[in-house]
Design a protein around this ligand. Sequence first.
Ligand code: GLY
Length: 363
Amino acid sequence: METKRVAVIGGGVIGLSVAWRTAAAGHDVTLIDPSPGRGASWVAGGMLAPVAEAWPGEEAALALGEESLRRWPEFAQALAADGGDPALSTHGTVVAALDRGDAGQLTVLAEYLGKVGRAVEQVTGRRLRTLEPGVSARSALLVPGDLAVDNRRLLRSLRAAASRRGVRFVDDHATDVGTGLVRTGSGEVTCDVAVIAAGARSGGLHPRLAVRPLKGEILRLRARRTSLPPPTRTVRAVAEGRPVYLVPREDGELVLGATQYEAGFDETVSARGVRELLEAAARLFPSIDEYELVETAAGLRAASVDTLPFIGELEDGVFAATGHHRNGLLMAPVTADAFVAWLGGGKPPAEVEAAHPDRLGGQ
Ligand code: GLY
């Protein structure tokens, strides 16, 4: 195999995963980011839930998400050997309906998933309470195959694994990307292949990348000695039209996410965001009122118009790996594997074809 010089722009979960996997495959990789391992990936909840978050009309995203989900256990195992265990949780996901309106939406989701052949079990609120004693809902769907990961452990592990595999880190912003060359604030990196994985800021690096920031706020909480422990499974619901989810961590923390606003590049945490999240979470899991509030944080998802990412060649030697919308952590393995295939002259996973940057007709 020919060794290629690869410049990856962006050190979030996608950039780090592409850098680690392509370096492990024998390529000469440089990663450019002023603070790798931070950004939106640092703020995430860690849901790997293509089925729980599926919706009619988004079949290509479901197929791509599920293909990546299938790759997650092997990805996590390889990462544990190379950089550290990312704490993949296999307890599954619950989609909960809080009221009659939500229950209607849940039925739409259950019927849709049945039609596309995904096995989910619809249960009453009473049955859910036997599985998750603190969770209060009218009805729920059990989605045992959806996973979750500790995003911060994942990012630390990816940095360590990438370093171990020889990735060079350039702690700087990329200012200009073209065939064979990436300019940074303080110098330049020559390469055979440049990969734009700069999340919400990718749009500023290539005119064909229609990516916009979609702000999300999360809260991190911790149970006190006297309060009910967090649920075992990830719990997702929609409260007053807004998605809310609780993702338990191995260390006893609970991540509560996430708001969703079009707010440009604003990364401040708003009082309204915190209030909305806590109000919704307290309906779903009333014991949260007793928890210690450990942290509030905001990040910018890289959103695309059709919710699919951009994965593929933009121009000679310049590739996109961005626009993963609400699914960056989920889609990291399939995205990284696509690059390993392209660089090695192989065929990428078939589901990646739907994410080609050309699909929007030159936008
Ligand atoms: N995947 C959940 C979110 O983006 O909030």
